[in-house]
Design a protein around this ligand. Structure first.
Ligand SMILES: [Zn+2]
Length: 327
């Protein structure tokens, strides 16, 4: 993911430029539109220890970037975990992506469909590819980037949510858990390319009618970098533009679950991630990300020691209550 329009700038420069007031037009989420559940029936089944174990397992496959062995191992791991949960219909979108240098990559988006016959659907997504090298590392920018937070945390969140929902989920909506490939882009596999563009979510967005022949999903919630032990989650501006009511609903629930983690002040700059392609394709979507991950962001230090089971737990609990609040 990238801070939009500031891809070529340093982090510090981006923040300085962005503090010049373009967020004034974006109202903070205010007012109460829904009565979210005080708890959800399945949140006791959401086990942060299992989610932390997912992160640990995924780190064994690093780098999990396109074209690498760890990429195929990650696809296999996600499939095995979904099969073990026995509650979703698993579909694969497979295609080939071609880089500027004509190099070809075998791509796979994984879609786990809960209650597939339900025409009222929501997307819960994350990306599973990781950056190929720790380009932001001061000491060793060519070393592998472990990617505990970016991107194993999102995969762990989705897998554990699938498990917690169990064999007979009591949701009103059908949920498509989408594990996107290629969020880190094809040109440098995420290694700091200023012309970065995601690959997997645009492919998914351009094939929506394959999965949704009658009616598009009513919303999309995308998760990235959600395990940091000092987690702080702010609404993201392009998400507010696209799916204001959903952002309100999610943050309202989040503030009940963990008021120190969910902060209602919006982020001061928009971020491009897998929600971007969904929004462009007409699915109101929002991004849940803690982008304040310096100095470890995309370095060799993005390790499981930066994660906490408590952070994962509060996001998981919020997600379950949010899904129950969808009609
Ligand atoms: Zn990411």
């Amino acid at each position: 993911m990238k801070p939009r329009a500031f891809k070529a700038l340093s982090w510090t420069a981006a923040v300085i430029v962005l503090s010049c007031g373009r967020v004034d037009a974006l109202a903070a989420p205010t007012g109460v539109q829904t009565s979210p559940l005080a708890s959800s029936p399945d949140e006791g089944s959401w086990k942060a220890g299992r989610a932390m174990n997912d992160i640990q397992q995924l780190l064994l496959f690093t780098p999990r970037s396109m074209g690498r062995r760890g990429h195929a191992q990650t696809v296999h791991y996600i499939e095995q975990q979904l099969l073990a949960a026995k509650n979703t219909k698993i579909e694969f979108q497979q295609w080939q992506a071609v880089g500027d240098d004509a190099r070809r990559f075998a791509m796979t988006n994984i879609v786990a469909r809960l209650d597939p016959a339900n025409p009222n659907r929501v997307i819960v997504g994350t990306h599973y590819d990781s950056i190929v090298t720790a380009y932001a590392d001061q000491k060793d920018p060519t070393a592998p980037m472990p990617g505990a937070n970016n991107s194993a945390s999102g995969v762990a969140l989705l897998l554990e949510t699938v498990r917690a929902l169990g064999r007979k989920p009591s949701l009103q909506v059908g949920v498509d858990f989408v594990f996107f490939d290629g969020e880190e882009g094809i040109r440098s596999l995420g290694a700091g390319d200023p012309n970065w563009a995601a690959v997997g979510s645009p492919y998914f967005a351009s094939h929506l009618r394959d999965l949704y022949p009658a009616r598009l999903p009513q919303s999309g919630a995308i998760f990235d970098m959600v395990c940091f032990k000092n987690l702080r989650l702010h609404p993201e501006p392009s998400s507010l533009e696209s799916a204001h009511a959903e952002v309100q609903k999610f943050w309202q629930i989040g503030e009940q679950v963990a008021p120190t983690v969910f902060v209602s002040d919006p982020k001061q700059y928009p971020i491009s991630d897998d929600h971007t392609a969904l929004i462009a394709a007409g699915v109101p979507s929002f991004l849940v990300i803690d982008f304040d991950y310096a100095p470890w962001f995309n370095t060799t230090q993005d390790t499981i020691g930066k994660c906490s089971s408590k952070s994962l737990q509060v996001v998981g609990r919020t997600l379950l209550r949010y899904l129950h609040a969808n009609r």
